[in-house]
Write a protein that binds this ligand. Structure first.
Ligand SMILES: Cc1cc2nc3c(=O)[nH]c(=O)nc-3n(C[C@H](O)[C@H](O)[C@H](O)COP(=O)(O)OP(=O)(O)OC[C@H]3O[C@@H](n4cnc5c(N)ncnc54)[C@H](O)[C@@H]3O)c2cc1C
Length: 378
């Protein structure tokens, strides 16, 4: 049976493993970390259709949302909840943007509804703060970033045929790929992994053989600050975004966007928006900032965290629960207008990275496209 070696077990590499198995490939899967701990476990887990650009990107996001549903039915440990999202509008200028967004032809496909304050509270009773209106998106969903990768690997390891499962899918954690070429990957222990096809999904990593594979690629890295609170003590029935998120997502690029007043200085300095996603155990993941200039500061900004607290309190009408964890994360973002950076860099050697802040959302559909380009196993 034909085999593919996948380097990288973040969500992009893992979804390539899932879609490759669906297409009938046997899979050898490597990651430098014993248990991957990069962008894919540091994110909100938002499967975020609402913000995607109209046209191809929205279509891909809707396909990805569909695939997430199918995959979660097989691997429920990914924790998919079809909760939707609420973009909370607090200023008249933000309302003007959202009204223009509602006039666009794709508003229905995204499942957008413009709600008054009572409507917002009916959908999400935890929103007790200052609300002018809400853009409810019913197609948005959330998964559990700390659980999804291991849930997907456990499902792959169980296999289609229990007797053949160990040949169908093999995961090697704690193995750094040090040499990559047509039909093979050598890891740092010296083991050589042979296959017809090699797919490298290195995320924001740029060391060793990855530097060579990505030389000259139109990519940048982006660093974000995040935090997690103790349990909210009540359900957050949708994820939440604030009005600053209108500035970051291409779906909201309507004429009224130019009339938004300037962001608060700290939000402008750290290119911030507020996003809140509730975890399955009630904790809240809260972010974020965006830093584009390397080298990134290794210290996180307390002023940025204070701003997130203020914004969240103004929407929830109560202080956030105590913070239990803080972290930063880095993703790789393609700069040439493509959905991601996907190239065949040598015969049968593919590199796939750079979906930016939409990788958790789009990864199943990106993987489906790669596997379709590679073709069926012989
Ligand atoms: C803070 C934050 C919040 C985000 N929120 C969201 C969100 O809510 N929704 C959304 O859609 N997207 C979100 N994103 C973006 C999303 O997380 C990323 O696009 C996605 O995780 C990228 O996945 P990846 O597999 O390409 O990279 P990664 O998760 O970085 O995985 C790459 C893996 O490759 C391995 N690797 C690299 N080089 C080698 C080597 N030589 N040998 C072996 N292994 C190697 C690494 O160890 C790593 O495990 C967010 C990102 C961040 C940082």
């Amino acid at each position: 049976m034909s085999r593919v070696v996948i380097v990288g077990a973040g969500i992009v590499g893992t979804m390539h493993a899932v879609l490759a198995r669906r297409a009938g490939w046997h899979v050898t899967h490597l990651d430098a970390d014993a248990e991957p701990r990069s962008a894919s476990v540091r994110n909100f887990g938002l499967v975020w259709v609402s913000g995607r650009a109209e046209g191809d990107e929205l279509e891909l996001a809707l396909r990805a949302r569909e695939l997430w549903g199918e995959i979660a039915a097989d691997a429920p440990g990914v924790g998919l909840r079809a909760d939707g999202s609420m973009l909370v509008v607090q200023r008249p200028e933000e309302l003007a943007v959202v009204e223009q967004v509602m006039e666009r032809a794709d508003a229905d496909a995204r499942g957008f509804r413009l709600l008054d304050p009572d409507g917002v509270r009916q959908v999400n009773p935890a929103i007790r703060g200052d609300v002018l209106a809400g853009l409810h998106c019913t197609t948005d969903a959330v998964v559990e970033p700390r659980l999804a990768l291991s849930a997907l690997r456990a499902w792959l390891e169980a296999g289609d045929d229990a007797e053949d499962a160990a040949r169908e899918y093999m995961f090697h954690g704690g193995r750094i790929a040090v040499e990559i070429g047509p039909g093979y990957v050598v890891d740092h222990t010296g083991e050589r992994h042979q296959a017809e096809v090699v797919i490298v999904c290195p995320g924001a990593e740029r060391q060793g053989p990855i530097a060579e594979l990505l030389q000259g690629a139109p990519l940048r890295r982006v660093q974000l600050q995040m935090m997690q609170t103790a349990s909210l003590g009540e359900p957050l029935t949708t994820s939440i975004a604030d009005g600053d998120s209108l500035r970051y997502y291409p779906a909201f690029a309507v004429p009224a966007l130019d009339d938004l007043p300037p962001q608060a200085p700290v939000a402008a300095e750290h290119q911030m928006q507020l996003l809140i996603a509730q975890r399955h155990d009630g904790e809240l993941t809260v972010g974020d900032t965006h830093a584009y200039d390397e080298p990134f500061d290794f210290a996180a900004s307390e002023a940025a965290y204070e701003h997130l607290h203020e914004r969240a309190a103004s929407i929830l009408g109560r202080p956030l629960p105590p913070v239990v964890r803080r972290w930063t994360g880095v993703y790789s973002q393609v700069l040439d207008g493509a959905i991601c950076h996907r190239r065949q860099v040598q015969l049968g050697v593919w590199v796939v990275t750079g979906p930016g802040g939409r990788g958790m959302t789009l990864s199943p559909a990106i993987a489906e496209q790669t596997i379709a380009e590679i073709g069926s196993p012989r």
